[in-house]
Design a protein around this ligand. Structure first.
Ligand code: OXD
Ligand code: MN
Length: 598
């Protein structure tokens, strides 16, 4: 199917090792998608949703032991342990390869191996990269068709010797002789390994069929491998949404924003501004790859072609555009099923349906004391279906970035918005990002963790070196052309636990201030932590926020920050000598500014 020698040789090796019954080259066609979905309906992996409500859409219910990314089973296998850094699990490449060789040996018996050539980014864009995933999961193929540009056109572009990232994936559940019927969600919950070899640009993933563990183009390639590649080649691979914002009668700006998983990136990316005549359009909701253009500006592409969003909490009220994106051609995973054959999840409607089948396939009623959907239930939806997808979302040149936002869920300390003094200070703010843990990964929900640049689970090398890479790019660039950097927090609460800021569409007010700052039109006041909007500069006309709450939202709380400093120091100490000196200096300068008399 290809004249690419390297790809053919690798495929031969994998076939000899994994022993699939058949090999199928994926062409990325609609016919292929429908055929695989039919096949998965036969094995019970998918149910087709009622086409009256959702044409060409399906629901998958996973094994209860396979419902999220598994950070404790995720490894960076570089030659030197010190290069993986303290935030990654490391294993020596040879040792891990030997262990995985045993697991992969015969693991595809009774199954078909699918070859998925994919492009992260528009095919042929100078910012895009090619990967090939070999997998025994038709669920992965169908999802990858939505999430990436897949199939024959990618193979054609790859030619006979083009470079590509190798991704081998198996659910780790061979079908023994005599043939047993397959499971509806085959996996190998006891033996999950999500392994990255950044030096050779390879991914080996075993045992899980879920999301980021299995759709290798996303977290594994577009973040962990790409971040290492970006360091080597002088660009950025980031856990960021991309949006386009156009002021009334003004020119469009592009904004990238990094938030930890399940902190509302999809909502912000598709926000409907409450401010009259401001327009917000979406280019991506999870990942941005950025390269400097010949004009010295930073240009971003969304390497993905779809959204793999958290379903619970998504409704016509919270994210109308996401809901409309889900009208057809989607795969839902671990949502509940209505008697009429549609999906439902917590928060989708104010009143839950009276009867459902929950994600564990059990009868469910509102009083049964369990959630109907899994908290990390997901939708996989084509980006092109988003009603506010920007017309230039597939521009191979990328879009010039005016501002970069960092943020997380912080009930206290962090103000609504804070502008960094410069790129170096912005890098500092990114490096101290922290957030309350969500259900997107296993662990205790609500616990506070530092998540620098929202890259904690996704940086494919030493996080200290990653900070240094950000600083280095800033040093090489023309400061006037660099995006401005902001830290935002929509999640500030009062003592009774009530949110101080309404969020959602009202966040357009914060975006407005940011854009006006970029255009040199809005006022700010210097504080020890950065530049905050003056009371008049933030447009709060028509928003219901108590003036006392606004005071808290736009205030630098010196005592609270001073109390946070020991935790920041401890966070920094993890990086030892590889923490760039400039960031330590930023921290000490912050400490000094906080102690100076106001
Ligand atoms: C995601 C995540 O799925 O960050 O985007 O977990
Ligand atoms: Mn994400």
């Amino acid at each position: 199917m290809t004249l690419h020698r390297g790809l053919n040789e690798w495929l031969e090796e994998v076939v000899a090792l994994c022993k699939p019954d058949a090999v199928r080259w994926c062409d990325g066609s609609e016919g292929e998608f429908r055929e695989l979905c039919r096949l998965m309906m036969d094995t019970g992996t998918l149910v087709q949703l009622n086409p009256t409500y959702r044409p060409n859409s399906y629901l998958a219910r996973s094994d209860p032991a396979d419902t999220a990314r598994v950070e404790d089973r995720t490894f960076i296998c570089c030659e030197k342990e010190s290069d993986a850094g303290p935030t990654n699990h490391w294993e020596a490449p040879d040792k891990m390869r030997a262990r995985l060789k045993e697991l992969f040996s015969g693991c595809m018996r009774g199954r078909t191996l699918y070859v998925i050539p994919y492009s992260m980014g528009p095919v042929g864009s100078h910012i895009a990269k090619i990967g090939v995933q070999l997998t025994d999961s038709p669920y992965v193929v169908a999802n990858m068709q939505i999430m990436a540009r897949v199939g024959s056109r990618v193979l054609k572009y790859l030619g006979e010797d083009g470079p590509f990232v190798r991704g081998l994936h198996s659910v780790g559940h061979p079908l023994a002789e005599p043939r047993q019927p397959d499971l509806s969600w085959p996996c190998n919950a006891q033996n999950k390994y999500i392994c990255h070899f950044p030096e050779t640009r390879e991914i080996l993933s075993f045992g899980s069929g879920y999301g980021g563990n299995a759709l290798l183009g996303k977290k594994c390639h577009a973040l962990r491998i790409a971040s290492a590649q970006a360091r080597d080649e002088g660009w950025l691979a980031e856990h960021m949404l991309i949006l386009k914002i156009t002021p009334p009668g003004g020119k469009a700006h592009y904004v990238c924003a990094a938030f930890p998983s399940a902190c509302g990136k999809t909502n912000l990316a598709m926000l409907i501004p409450t401010l009259p005549h401001w327009k917000v359009e979406c280019l991506g909701d999870d990942i941005a790859w950025m390269k400097f253009g010949a004009d010295g500006r930073l240009y971003a592409i969304n390497p993905e072609a779809g959204f793999f969003g958290v379903a619970p909490g998504t409704s016509y009220e919270t994210n109308y555009n996401a809901m409309r994106t889900l009208d057809a051609n989607c795969i839902f995973t671990n949502c509940a099923l209505t008697p009429g054959g549609d999906v439902w999840w917590e928060g989708m409607t104010e009143q839950p349906p009276l009867k459902l089948v929950d994600w564990l396939r059990r009868p469910w009623t509102p009083d049964c004391g369990r959630t109907a959907a899994h908290p990390n239930a997901r939708f996989t939806a084509p980006a092109r279906q988003c009603p506010v997808i920007a017309d230039d979302w597939q521009d191979p040149r990328g879009v010039p970035v005016s501002a970069i936002l960092f943020g997380g869920r912080r009930a206290s300390v962090m103000p609504l918005v804070n502008e960094s003094f410069d790129w170096r200070h912005g890098t500092f703010l990114g490096s101290i990002m922290s957030s309350e843990r969500t259900a997107a990964a296993t662990g205790n929900v609500g616990e506070l963790r530092f998540d620098p640049f929202a890259m904690l689970p996704f940086c494919g090398y030493h996080m200290g070196d990653y900070f240094a890479h950000w600083l280095e790019l800033g040093r090489q660039a023309d400061p006037a052309k660099l995006p401005r950097i902001y830290y935002v927090n929509w999640f500030r609460k009062n003592e009774t636990g009530k949110f101080l800021w309404p969020g959602y569409g009202e966040n357009s007010r914060v975006l407005k201030w940011i854009i006006e700052r970029c255009e040199g039109r809005a006022q700010a006041v210097d504080t020890p932590i950065g530049r905050l909007p003056t009371r008049d500069a933030l447009d709060v006309d028509g928003v219901e926020v108590d003036p006392a709450d606004l005071e808290v939202l736009l205030n630098c709380n010196r005592e609270a920050w001073l109390k946070d400093l020991p935790a920041i120091r401890k966070h920094y100490d993890r990086f030892g000598a590889r923490l760039p000196g400039e960031l330590r200096e930023e921290l000490e300068a912050l400490d000094r500014r906080l102690r100076e008399r106001a």
